[in-house]
Design a protein around this ligand. Structure first.
Ligand SMILES: [Zn+2]
Ligand SMILES: [Zn+2]
Length: 845
């Protein structure tokens, strides 16, 4: 075959096609098209000053291959992109340089978009959204108002993680396991602040249970379930015995509940073994329950504990410390007087921040009890009769602490019962005596939804002192003390973020908005008196938890999304993203979605049909890519060096998309050589005969198609490489076959295929061509024979393609058509069918 002198030059062809494509409409989804819809969503980025990283490029290329493939297969593909542009780095940059965040964001978006286009990513940019644009955050604010009106957004004074350097409150997920702030590296402390919270715990049950409806990978569902942390047990009230409540008006007992300590336990069967109570350092009743003589010590201890983050306190090997409050409570089942302690091993948010300690049956309680000389009382023994508990050591640790279920001893009327029965019986007893009940608890907390920052969505709430004094509240349906708080009239949304000069938070930790006095000053929506706007803004996650909805209808000024478009495009068919968003972003967006469903704003209660996490790409030295290691690969530079098609091919060729890979600059050249070869073949001579394509090619079509559907891009590329090798060896090449091959390669390497397609006289864009078809029946090598039996006796064989031979339904149906089988089965009842995928099916009659 003749070699042409012209060589593959991505620097010429890539910018050329980029320009031509931008002028066309290759990637636009068409609303209400009769074609089947496919919504492919890739997590939109935070447009940082650093530009796209190779991990982004990987995820986006995966989405792009799928989008291009499904478009060619005849689907109406929605593949949108936008910007998650509120956030701290931009604000920190503004504080440092004085450059307004609005300008920085616009600049960064421009860079990101150019990078995406240079990579040939076929996003539908007509639908571009930007979370910091007022016409977008209008709807983020609208959602907040609906939540407030339903009592799901509330204000509370809580101990929060506090970054002293950024002067802001942080969610747990923003604090690294070493107790530092993920963004700035400063040591995080605790601080009590009035915050807005969203009541996600109210949706805990549904967020957990509805995962079972989703056909997601198990590990992703497990991670979510674990994060939600649903546990069943009892909420039990322990009556406080000491009446040394202070008469101090500040601590005046608000309601009768304060004479009790409410604890949550998953093991009510162990209640007779409860020998002390423990409150978390942030527990609101500590002050009231501390006797005068112990006040100083308790205060000192609480202060010291709160300076640490929950994560530090919760770590298992952490030494357990505590202080006795001097007061006692009564165990409701036996009236025993037990001491009340405050200790660092109990966490504030969990089960109300109080536990009953059962040292004989809980290792942590045991450790604490030993250290402080508290009594240990055994109330459960292993049930030897139960085969599960044959070994006495089952779940008994080296200290002899038995944590398993067993049989109750020393437990009054409940002695002799199994744990399982006792849990139920004790709950019932507590309920009858009005001192406890069955309860569900979640590890997940309500979502802290305010930040003391400038660069975020303003919270559209107004506080009126006059109304607060009169006790006026927005609605009686709201079950928290919302006196004085009023929502902005929805017609006034968006509440725009004012332009300021000074971005620094105030010294008392409030956002710099608190210094924009003209903006803060407003009139009360209720009484018209002078009032103040909320100066906290929303957290980073606020705009990103519902963005997938806005792509459907980005310009709608009347609704967040129209019902018709929602019905047409939703749910998202595939959501691609980073593993770091499995619990938080995904959970928050499922929560917001369910809420929108409850208020009738959307039509279904789950947003994503399938979620896939991509893996990680490490630096060439095997370490995480990081500026400090100097091992960051810049995709921009690579595109300039070897072209976008090679970069795309390389990342897709790494391996399964959930793996972890070490970057290799040498390997990337291999992909470049593959494209060189494809190019060279395209410059050769072709037979124009209208012959049918080769069997080898048909097989390649089949393999590539199936692999794309299964997201196995690395093997799809391997098959194409194999095919190209065979092509370069053959003497006669059919133009028709080569052009079909270009279609197969087009989603992976969009630029080179477009250029070659036109060189060979192809009409229109290669990306608008129908996807090559294959006929399974003609791909003989892939047939698998399955033996069909009735009662173990061979009745015949059926032949199936590899992708069907494991499908029970298909095999059963085909087997039933064999004459001998049909005859045997026609007058008998099938008891069951034993199916061994790819091998046999045996009908038992
Ligand atoms: Zn910080
Ligand atoms: Zn008022």
């Amino acid at each position: 075959m003749q070699k042409d002198a012209s060589s593959y030059n991505p620097h010429i062809i890539e910018p050329k096609w980029q320009k031509i494509w931008s002028a066309g409409n290759l990637s636009e989804a068409s609303d209400f098209s009769k074609k089947p819809k496919k919504y492919i969503l890739a997590e939109f980025p935070y447009p940082s000053g650093l530009g796209l990283h190779v991990g982004n490029v990987w995820g986006y290329t995966v989405g792009d291959v799928l989008a291009r493939f499904y478009r060619m297969s005849g689907d109406n593909v929605l593949f949108p992109m936008g910007w998650d542009s509120f956030g701290l780095p931009t604000e920190n940059y503004a504080i440092k340089t004085g450059c307004p965040p609005q300008e920085t964001v616009a600049e960064n978006i421009k860079t990101f978009k150019e990078q995406m286009l240079s990579l040939g990513l076929s996003f539908d940019f007509r639908r571009e959204i930007d979370t910091s644009a007022p016409n977008y955050y209008k709807w983020t604010q609208w959602i907040f108002l609906q939540m407030f009106k339903k009592g799901l957004a509330y204000k509370a004074k809580i101990a929060i993680n506090w970054c002293p350097k950024c002067k802001t409150g942080l969610a747990n997920e923003e604090v690294l396991s070493d107790g530092t702030h993920e963004r700035c590296g400063a040591k995080v402390g605790q601080r009590e602040l009035e915050q807005w919270l969203l009541r996600i715990t109210k949706y805990g049950e549904r967020l957990s249970a509805d995962l079972d409806k989703l056909n997601w990978p198990k590990h992703i569902k497990d991670m979510q379930k674990n994060w939600i942390g649903k546990s069943e047990g009892a909420s039990i009230k322990f009556k406080v015995q000491s009446s040394k409540f202070k008469s101090n008006s500040k601590l005046k007992i608000k309601n009768e509940n304060e004479e009790y300590i409410a604890v949550f336990t998953t093991r009510p069967d162990t209640i007779f073994g409860a020998t002390y109570l423990v409150l978390s350092p942030e527990h609101p009743q500590i002050e009231a329950l501390t006797v005068k003589e112990r006040e100083a010590e308790v205060k000192k201890y609480v202060k010291k504990s709160l300076a640490k983050t929950e994560m530090e306190r919760a770590s298992v090997d952490k030494e357990k410390t505590g202080v006795f409050l001097g007061s006692y409570a009564n165990n409701p089942v036996n009236g025993e007087k037990i001491p009340i302690w405050v200790a660092n091993y109990v966490i504030g948010g969990y089960g109300g921040g109080a536990i009953m300690a059962v040292p004989a049956h809980d290792a942590r309680d045991w450790e604490f009890a030993k250290k402080y000389g508290l009594p240990v009382k055994k109330v459960i023994v292993p049930s030897y009769k139960n085969p599960k508990f044959q070994s006495a050591s089952w779940r008994t640790n080296s200290n002899g602490v038995f944590e398993g279920y067993g049989t109750l001893v020393n437990s009054g009327d409940f002695t002799g019962m199994t744990s399982e029965k006792a849990i139920f019986a004790i709950c019932k007893w507590l309920e009858e005596k009005a001192c406890g009940k069955y309860a569900v608890n979640f590890k997940m907390r309500d979502w802290v939804f305010s930040r003391q920052h400038y660069w975020g969505e303003p919270i559209p709430m107004v506080y009126c002192e006059t109304c607060a004094k009169k006790g006026a509240a927005f609605s009686k349906e709201i079950d928290w003390d919302a006196r004085g708080w009023f929502p902005l009239d929805e017609a006034l949304l968006p509440l725009q973020l004012p332009v300021v000069k000074d971005y620094k938070p105030s010294e008392d930790g409030r956002s710099s908005l608190s210094k924009a006095l003209d903006w803060v000053k407003t009139t009360c929506p209720n009484c018209g008196a002078l009032a103040k706007r909320e100066t906290d803004t929303m957290p980073n996650w606020a705009g990103s938890n519902w963005y997938y909805l806005r792509f459907l209808d980005p310009k709608n000024e009347k609704e967040l999304v129209s019902k018709g478009l929602y019905k047409y495009y939703m749910p998202v068919d595939l959501y691609l993203g980073g593993p770091e968003h499995t619990t938080l972003h995904l959970l928050y967006s499922r929560f917001i979605h369910k809420f929108l469903y409850d208020i009738g704003a959307v039509g279904t209660d789950e947003p994503y049909t399938l979620r896939i996490n991509r893996g990680m790409i490490l630096g060439e030295d095997g370490r995480k890519m990081s500026k400090s290691f100097g091992n960051v690969i810049n995709p921009n530079e690579l595109v300039e060096k070897i072209g976008a098609d090679s970069v795309r091919m390389y990342e897709l060729f790494l391996g399964p998309i959930n793996g972890t890979y070490v970057w290799s600059t040498v390997s990337i050249l291999g992909l470049k050589r593959f494209l060189d070869k494809v190019w060279q073949i395209g410059q050769g001579e072709f037979s124009k005969d209208n012959e049918d394509v080769s069997a080898r090619f048909k097989k390649t079509v089949y393999k590539v198609t199936e692999d794309i559907k299964k997201l196995k891009f690395h093997t799809a590329i391997a098959f194409m490489m194999e095919y190209v090798n065979s092509m370069s060896k053959s003497n006669i090449l059919l133009a028709v076959e080569y052009k079909e091959f270009l279609k197969l390669l087009a989603p992976f390497a969009p630029f080179i295929t477009e250029e070659l397609w036109h060189t060979l006289g192809g009409e229109g864009s290669v990306h608008k061509q129908p996807w090559p078809k294959y006929n399974l029946a003609l791909i003989k090598e892939d047939k698998i024979s399955i033996s069909v039996q009735v009662n173990g006796k061979f009745k015949g064989l059926i032949e199936l393609s590899a992708d069907k031979a494991g499908d029970r339904g298909v095999v059963e149906k085909m087997a039933g058509k064999i004459e001998k089988v049909r005859d045997t089965l026609s007058h008998r009842e099938i008891k069951k069918a034993i199916f061994v995928p790819n091998k046999t099916i045996n009908f038992v009659v």
